[in-house]
Design a protein around this ligand. Structure first.
Ligand code: PGA
Length: 249
């Protein structure tokens, strides 16, 4: 299997004020002094993207949004379009995070529509899938993520840069992680589902692992076959922790 360059993305979620730009700056300086062996992406709240873009200046750290609307513009109070993210300086966008699926009722079809919008705006989507604890305990993890891949990944990603992220819902923010064997099994299933959907165009997109990735477990997780990077929540908020994860590639 061809491996694309690993991608380590930090998802700040609804955290971050102007003063926290200092963390992004520390990350940039550290990576300029000693470049990463992977792509590094920060996904701050939308309010910080433009300021962070100015600060980072298109260097060692790329920028992403955390969600976008499926429409290009219109009467959608509170929402942000893919074109607005691009305009602010983002080059990627996380879509279908489980906090969006569970908290905002996003279906696979919604995620696919958002992905189309992101592609049309020139963004690289990071499409998230993952099972709940109940689904894992019922032995349904692989069926659930395979179904999510089939429903959330539009055919139009073929030939475009994109990534998937496997994030077991029960591992997010809990300190719990699946075993390395469990991670490998699901990542292989995600790859198969992607190839089933896209054919050879599903061969190389990185499949990130997300859910309680931290400096202490990053090297082991990143060495698992088919793990093409990590989507990091809590541990991406502090430059030093995030750097330790980046250095584990
Ligand atoms: P966590 O979050 O690293 O804090 O578990 C991961 C995510 O939700 O992307």
């Amino acid at each position: 299997m061809k491996q694309s360059v690993k991608l380590i993305a930090g998802n700040w979620k609804m955290n971050g004020l102007g003063r926290d730009l200092a963390e992004a700056e520390a990350l940039k300086l550290a990576l300029e002094a000693d470049p990463a062996a992977c792509r590094v992406v920060l996904c701050p709240p939308a309010t910080l993207i433009e300021r962070m873009a100015r600060l980072l200046g298109g260097g060692a750290v790329e920028l992403g949004g955390q969600d976008c609307h499926a429409s290009t513009a219109g009467a959608f109070t509170g929402s942000v379009s893919a074109g607005m993210l691009t305009d602010a300086g983002a080059r990627l966008v996380i879509l279908g995070h489980s906090e969006r699926r569970a908290g905002f009722g996003e279906s696979d079809a919604d995620v696919a529509a958002k992905t189309e919008a992101a592609l049309a705006a020139g963004l690289e989507p990071i499409i998230c899938v993952g099972e709940t604890l109940e689904q894992r305990e019922a032995g349904e993890a692989i069926a659930v993520v395979s179904r999510q891949v089939a429903g959330s990944v539009p055919m139009s990603v073929a030939g475009r840069p994109f990534a998937l992220a496997y994030e077991p819902v029960w591992a997010i923010g809990t300190g719990l992680t699946p075993t390395l064997e469990e991670i490998e099994a699901v990542h292989r299933a995600v790859r198969l589902a992607l190839q089933g959907r896209l054919g050879a165009a599903g061969d190389v997109a990185p499949i990130l692992y997300g859910g309680s990735v931290k400096p202490a477990n990053a090297a082991d997780i990143l060495a698992v076959p088919e793990v093409g990077g990590a989507l990091v929540g809590g541990a991406s908020l502090k430059a030093n922790d995030f750097l330790d994860i980046i250095r584990a590639v």
